[in-house]
Design a protein around this ligand. Structure first.
Ligand code: NAD
Length: 286
């Protein structure tokens, strides 16, 4: 049975040993780190992510406000709210919870955020710096993935890392971060031919395909380390609520093949949120 890389436990440790002392230091200088989450509409998954962010912020002792708007809000009105935040010195970080209602340009909204307050790390400036290996607010999921690999005792230097998925928020930036750590990186995607070939020699496999339990134990090389980024609700009539959460990896078949694996839930999810809180603290420190 593989060792479980518990994002939940690592995140808790980061909060206790790193974030709380940094927040205390800021508070002693009369700086109170504050995050604003812009939430448009009533997407049920978004509401649950936002609750998670508020919970982690409270644990670390930072302020977190959720600004809720109906899905009838216009693009210009959201841009005006971001302008307000950009000009407010008491707010150190802002994120716009995605997805946004149809007709609102995510690109335009993100471009409006002051890169110094872009704690999701989604602006072109922060993504560009991430690829250049320069200090920046790094996007949260990739940052959390690298941190959990290292906290589990693995180094990236010299390792073969196969990333499955090339989205702008996970696959591409996590590939760049691993490359900056001197890993040899292969990034696979929906047009990749012969995925199996690219998995064969992997030491570390990062799966962000967005397809429930697509990667099976038989697809993975024996003894590798697996980070499962996916999160899905899968029908499960044996459970009272009728569903269970699962990842992009079929945990049951993978756990006896690989050396280490991150679970879903309790893996990448908490690492993403803790990275967001850390970015807000970092923005306040600057
Ligand atoms: P996405 O849909 O934007 O990207 C999926 C990627 O997978 C694409 O690049 C696509 O080319 C690739 N892909 C699809 N089918 C493939 C196939 N058969 N073979 C190889 N590659 C294939 O998804 P995303 O935003 O990167 O998210 C991926 C998953 O991670 C989703 O389940 C999402 O919910 C989850 N996620 C979790 C967190 C978290 O904090 N836990 C954060 C972000 C995303």
């Amino acid at each position: 049975m593989a060792e479980i890389i518990s994002g939940r436990d690592i995140a808790q440790k980061i909060i206790e040993t790193d974030l709380i002392p940094r927040v205390e230091k800021l508070k002693s200088r009369e700086i109170f780190p504050k995050l604003v989450v812009i939430l448009v509409g009533d997407h049920p998954a978004s509401a649950s992510y936002v609750r998670q962010k508020e919970k982690f912020a409270a644990k670390a002792g930072i302020l977190a406000e959720t600004w809720r708007f109906p899905d009838t809000i216009t693009e210009d009105e959201i841009l005006a709210e971001i302008e307000k935040i950009n000009n407010d010195d008491t707010i150190h970080g802002v994120i716009v919870q995605l997805p946004l209602p149809k007709g609102i340009s995510v690109e335009k909204i993100l471009a409006k955020i002051d890169p110094q307050k872009d704690v999701d790390g989604f602006t072109a400036e922060n993504i560009g710096k991430l690829f250049l290996g320069e200090p920046c607010l790094q996007c949260c999921t990739p940052k959390g993935i690298i941190r959990m690999i290292e906290e589990s005792g693995e180094t990236l230097e010299g390792k073969n890392v196969t990333v499955i998925g090339r989205s702008n928020i996970v696959g591409k930036p996590v590939s760049a971060l691993a490359l900056n750590k001197n890993a040899t990186v292969t990034t696979c995607h929906s047009r990749t031919k012969n995925l199996a070939e690219h998995l064969k020699n992997a030491d570390i496999v990062i799966v962000a395909v967005g397809r429930p339990e697509m990667i099976k134990g038989a697809d993975l090389p024996k003894g590798c380390v697996v980070i499962d980024v996916g999160i899905h609700r899968k029908e499960d009539k044996s459970r009272e609520k009728g569903w269970r959460l699962c990842g992009d990896v079929d945990f049951e078949s993978a756990k006896d093949v690989v050396a280490k694996i991150s679970p879903v839930p309790g893996g990448v999810g908490p690492m993403t949120v803790v990275s967001l809180i850390e970015n807000t603290i970092e923005a306040a420190e600057k």
